[in-house]
Design a protein around this ligand. Structure first.
Ligand code: HEM
Length: 438
């Protein structure tokens, strides 16, 4: 028995030694003929360069792009990673070879919201099939206009006589729209409870895993439990009244089947709904806030935009007549303002992938299992694509940008599913902001 004890201890010792070497393994990859890893630094053991990325943000990519070239290696968010910074590399990963890469969420996002989101499916064909089905609600976007207008107006009314936090208000509007798009009409109470629960989850993203009452992580766990309960309630309600067809994302997910004709489990449905709500409202809230900031700092831009929207109001036969799809299509200056805001703000600064096999790109090796970050910021802020790139100039979009140099909504197989909805939300919000809010 004693002998066995020593063996067990030795086994534990060796397992621990091997485990502690894991973070260094990527440095010892066997070299492959003709291919080399891109230059770059792997930073500190375990932490890599995560802190540098978080503190330097856009500069992190710019500095390394200048030092190492269009591709560099690093170690961030717990994984050895290859960062691509050029439109050509983005085209290679996102558009030309999507089947060689699996879309992933950042590890702390997958931890909090789940990894069963349809966008993370490794089977490229199944992902494309689901995407096609999920596009159906986008053909009915015009039906959402009255509800979106009502929310924008009531939100702005609630600002009268008080100072508000733009980001919080924008997120509230975006969250309401996201729930409508994903879950269909819900009672105000359910919507409010879901918003509160999701806010707790989002606040806990990426924070230390301290499970004590009062910590953000604790609140995030409670929020997740509550949000799952609410989604289950909605799913069960629908299962009991199967007669009505729901043309919203949840309805389509509930009808979807995999290659073996197996429908999604409750867990898969929950994780899809939570990740979709996150995708739909987080970037949207940030994009709207940046637009408001630009308008506040640029009086002539606000005047120009107001002028466009006043003309739409004047054209109406009856005051306060609702907006139509034709009005939306006529908001050309607004369209350019939104485009320029997204170019400069880079609210989603990179697409995140996992290499499914060893991949060769331009003489470099992208090793299997490594994460790949396709950064959009670098070519959005490159003077060769956009002269004076840090200057806000919406008129630059009177001419179409060079191919593959404008990708705020991503590109290729995983291009943003909600991009038309996102733009519609912004058009409606800006229409009421410029014509009603003073
Ligand atoms: C201004 C607002 C938004 C921005 C800037 C944005 C940006 C993006 C980007 C860059 C991607 C690609 C990610 C990748 O390549 O890995 C993406 C994917 C996605 N977005 Fe958006 N998004 C916005 C709003 C929305 C909205 C309102 C929805 C509504 C449902 C939405 C749903 C999605 C979904 C489902 C995907 C994943 C598609 C897939 O993997 O097939 N997004 N978004």
């Amino acid at each position: 028995m004693k002998h066995e004890g020593i063996e067990t201890k030795l086994l534990c010792h060796w397992s621990l030694t091997l485990l502690s070497m894991l973070p260094f393994l990527p440095f010892c990859l066997p070299s492959r003929p003709g291919l080399r890893l891109p230059l770059g630094s792997m930073g500190w053991p375990f932490f890599g360069e995560t802190f540098a990325l978080r503190s330097q943000q856009q500069k992190f990519y710019m500095i390394r792009q200048r030092t190492y070239g269009e591709l560099f290696k690093t170690h961030v968010f717990g994984y050895p990673s290859i960062v691509t910074t050029s439109p050509e590399a983005a085209k290679f990963v996102l558009v030309e070879h999507p089947h060689l890469f699996r879309r992933r969420g950042l590890p702390f996002v997958e931890d909090a919201l789940g990894y069963r989101f349809f966008g993370y499916i490794e089977n490229h064909r199944l992902h494309m099939k689901l995407r096609k089905q999920l596009q159906v609600p986008l053909f009915h976007l015009h039906k959402l206009i009255p509800q979106l207008e009502a929310w924008a107006i009531s939100l702005m009314r609630s600002w009268e006589g008080r100072t508000v936090n733009a980001l919080q208000e924008a997120k509230l509007y975006a969250f309401n729209v996201a729930t409508l798009f994903v879950l269909g009409q819900q009672s105000e109470n359910d919507r409010k409870e879901l918003t509160k629960a999701c806010e707790c989850i989002i606040k806990g993203l990426g924070c230390w895993r301290l499970y004590f009452p009062g910590t953000n992580y604790f609140k995030a766990c409670q929020g997740r439990y509550k949000a799952c309960e609410l989604v289950d309630k909605i799913v069960n309600r629908r299962r009991q009244s199967r007669t009505t067809q729901h043309v919203d994302i949840l309805g389509i997910l509930m009808d979807a089947e995999d290659d073996d004709k197996i429908p999604m489990s409750n867990r898969e449905l929950r994780e899809n709904v939570l990740t979709l709500l996150f995708a739909a409202h987080d970037a949207m809230g940030a994009a709207l806030t940046w637009t408001l900031k630009n308008l506040r700092e640029n009086a002539s831009l606000l005047d120009e935009l107001t002028d466009e929207h006043d003309k739409i109001v004047q054209r109406k036969q009856v005051p306060d007549q609702p907006l139509t799809w034709a009005d939306i299509k006529d908001m050309l200056i607004t369209q350019r303002v939104i485009k320029e805001t997204l170019r400069i703000a880079n609210v989603v600064d990179f697409s995140y992938r996992e290499a499914l096999e060893d991949i060769a790109y331009n003489g470099y090796l992208i090793p299997k299992g490594w994460r790949v970050m396709v950064v959009h910021t670098t070519f959005h802020l490159d003077a060769q694509n956009y002269p004076s790139p840090n200057k806000f100039d919406h008129n630059r979009f009177e001419v179409a940008p060079k191919p593959f140099t404008y990708t705020p909504f991503g590109n290729g197989a995983h291009v943003c599913l909600g991009r038309e909805l996102a733009q519609l939300e912004m058009f409606i919000f800006l229409h009421h902001f410029t014509t009603k809010y003073r």
